[in-house]
Design a protein around this ligand. Structure first.
Ligand code: GDP
Ligand code: ZN
Length: 360
């Protein structure tokens, strides 16, 4: 048995704002808890004092966040079970201070929240052959809508023979986002990350496969903690499934959130984010002759002039264009979905109508 003093809600990131939001739900038998894992609709929640399994109520209170299910990191109001072997019941999701969303898989483009209430998001990238400024831009864009503060973590510094050049390049891309050069494997540069990992602060980890996210998390957790120690749980069909924690408490008091959904992402309505990450392009665009300049051969285009003069990296403009196209596609999909729904609605009405039409 692990010996440790019982945790408090504050250790898990509880704040006055959440306390105020919980107040109307603070009825007898109800407790505030944080979602620490999710697996196929089965949740694990923690009150600090105790962890328990929980299911989402059919009638879930959402506050101002709209629909959807609880996500890892969410603060929720839970009805405690009367019998110890029963799961708790999540009755409400408290308003999120940040959220990370992606497009739901498949045809539907509905928003799916994959992580909530993250303070800082580590955007991890490798300084090895995998190094790509364009990918860094994409990830930064994806974080800017979340409400969490992005921090760039440049990993595998031990493999980088052009470190100085890369650091200079990243300075040009990051535009004020703090970045840290580390080697998760060698354990160098990690001290700088401690400021984001204070008690009650939640860090999310984002980045392509193979950049060293697991290695970094294991480092932060310290060798004493067995991160992959999975617990056996039964799903509702009685099968045994392996679930694992997705919100980890670090020895120093911070929390790391690592969900499969966060690890890979697709852009979700990052319109605003485009402006933030490509602030230099937006600034130049303000000088274009036409308000709706596409920076594609239009006369008096300040953006293309900047490329000509060497002030703007042409690749940067290209990656801005690519992102615009992707968002265009997302919007088109959303429009298509809306049309499809309208069509189905009309069909249903017409069908209902048909039933009452006299046969002739
Ligand atoms: P993830 O997919 O992002 O979780 O990446 P992993 O943590 O599984 O790491 C992928 C590979 O990169 C593994 O072989 C790690 O040992 C290696 N790796 C991670 N961090 C470093 C580092 O700082 N330096 C070097 N040389 N290799 C690293
Ligand atoms: Zn232009």
């Amino acid at each position: 048995m692990e010996q440790r003093p019982p945790l408090t809600l504050e250790d898990l990131g509880w704040s006055d704002a959440f306390a105020a939001a919980f107040e109307p739900h603070a009825l007898p038998g109800m407790v505030a808890a944080r979602v620490i894992r999710e697996s196929r609709g089965v949740y694990g929640v923690s009150t600090g004092e105790r962890d328990l399994p929980a299911a989402a109520s059919g009638r879930l209170w959402h506050g101002e966040d709209g629909g959807g299910q609880p996500a890892v990191g969410d603060w929720v109001a839970v009805r405690l079970p009367t019998l110890p072997e029963e799961p708790g019941l999540i009755r409400a999701i408290l308003p999120r201070k940040s959220k990370f969303s992606r497009k739901a898989a498949g045809l539907r483009t509905d928003e799916q929240v994959v992580a909530a209430n993250i303070d800082t998001i580590f955007v991890v990238t490798g300084l090895d052959h995998d190094y790509s400024p364009r990918r860094i831009e994409r990830y930064l864009t994806a974080t800017s809508e979340s409400g969490a503060d992005p921090v760039l973590v440049l990993n595998k510094a031990d493999l980088d023979e052009e470190l100085e050049e890369h650091v200079r390049e990243v300075e040009g891309i990051a535009l004020g986002v703090p970045f840290h050069v580390i080697s998760a494997k060698a354990g160098t540069g990690l001290d700088a990350l401690a400021t984001y990992l204070q008690r009650g602060k939640t860090v999310g980890v984002l980045g392509s496969s193979g950049v060293g996210k697991s290695t970094l998390i294991n480092r932060l957790l310290g060798s004493a903690v067995q991160r992959t120690g999975s617990v056996r749980a039964s799903d509702d069909r009685g099968r045994h499934t392996t679930t694992h924690r997705e919100l980890f408490l670090l020895p120093g008091g911070g929390l790391v959130l690592d969900t499969p959904g966060m690890r890979e992402l697709q852009l979700w309505e990052a319109d605003e984010g485009l402006g933030t990450t490509f602030a230099d392009i937006e600034e130049l665009a303000a000088e274009c002759r036409f308000n709706d300049c596409g920076h594609n051969g239009e006369p008096g285009c300040a953006v293309e002039a900047a490329v000509e003069s060497g002030q703007l990296d042409p690749e940067r403009l290209e990656s801005w264009r690519k992102l615009q196209r992707e968002m265009e596609q997302t919007r088109a999909r959303q429009d298509g979905l809306a049309k499809l729904r309208e069509k189905q609605r009309v069909k249903t009405i017409t069908k209902a109508h048909d039933r009452f039409r006299p046969r002739g």
